[in-house]
Design a protein around this ligand. Structure first.
Ligand SMILES: Nc1ncnc2c1ncn2[C@@H]1O[C@H](COP(=O)(O)OP(=O)(O)OP(=O)(O)O)[C@@H](O)[C@H]1O
Length: 277
């Protein structure tokens, strides 16, 4: 399965989505971003269908965060277009931002607010009525097992608690599409299971989740659609089974796609053998 396969599938998915009526969740065309001489995202085209649980996977430095930042309107591309639900991210930002929830990498939160206050503030910024914000905030805190920390300042939250309160803030306005950059990083297995349950419930209503991750087992168990990125390009994308192909696991398919399956450590590091000293 090569890059071209991914492109063909993308075009196919776009046509399917258009024929069926509703626009795709995300349509990316010719997206580029350079930082100095470093090309982070190299002219990608990608169509992600609505109503799916979608994983964006790739090795460190592949360009996942840069792509998600441009797709969600946090970073201006050098070139290219992004549409969310048929709306251009840069020309129609209000329509786009009302439809999406975002949990970015290295999320900045208002540290001196308590968790409950943070949600109240986020809800009012989103234009929700106060009693609706109260109801939703209480339910989200409860489901995410944060009720006991509702009055604790965010600065005192652990990494996992920060991810969960960030997720609650991203879900508060009931977006159509949720973007999550490494939502499970630094999260313990119990909290991961809680987050997973919330996301599964959210997608079962027809909403779309798009998240980046390095953890292939997680992506394989959660996602029904996958895009594989490496060196700023999309190497493959489509339904999970198609991207996995004949490989025994997504991990194996991924290593083949990013060209890392035969990168053994044995040719180098011949000095490393502390145990045999
Ligand atoms: N603000 C920046 N300034 C300079 N270079 C950057 C910046 N942001 C990203 N890059 C570079 O762009 C490339 C893509 O980075 P990006 O963070 O998008 O990758 P990633 O796939 O999210 O990686 P990881 O999985 O390690 O988080 C890398 O080479 C990175 O060093």
């Amino acid at each position: 399965m090569g890059p071209q396969d991914g492109k063909e599938r993308t075009a196919g998915a776009a046509a399917e989505a258009t024929d069926a009526g509703p626009p795709p969740a995300v349509r990316i065309q010719g997206l580029w971003k350079k930082f100095g001489e470093q090309v982070a995202v190299s002219g990608i085209d990608l169509t992600l269908p609505a109503g799916r649980f979608i994983g964006l996977v790739g090795p460190n430095g592949a360009g996942k965060t840069t792509t998600l930042s441009m797709v969600t309107g946090l970073l201006r591309p050098d070139a290219g277009q992004v549409e969310i639900g048929g709306h251009d991210v840069w020309r129609d930002p209000v329509a786009v931002k009302s439809r999406i929830g975002v949990l970015p990498e290295g999320l900045r939160l208002f540290e001196r607010l308590a968790g409950r206050e943070l949600l109240a503030y986020t809800g009012r910024l989103r234009g929700l009525p106060g009693d609706e914000v109260d109801k939703r905030a209480d339910q989200l805190l409860d489901v995410l097992d944060l009720s006991g920390a509702r009055n604790k300042l965010v600065v005192d939250y652990s990494t996992g608690m920060r991810k969960k309160i960030g997720l609650a803030a991203a879900l508060l306005h009931n977006p159509e599409i949720l973007f999550l950059d490494e939502p499970f990083e630094g999260v313990d297995p119990v909290s991961a299971q809680t987050i997973r349950g919330v996301l599964e419930r959210y997608t079962s209503s027809g909403a779309t989740v798009i998240f980046s991750s390095h953890v292939m087992e997680l992506v394989e168990s959660l996602c029904d659609w996958v895009a594989v990125m490496a060196a700023g390009r999309i190497r493959a994308d489509g339904p999970l089974e198609r991207v996995r192909g004949d490989a025994s696991s997504l991990q194996e398919a991924f290593l083949g796609l990013v060209g890392a399956s035969d990168r053994g450590a044995d040719q180098n590091l011949d000095w490393l053998g502390g145990g045999t000293r």
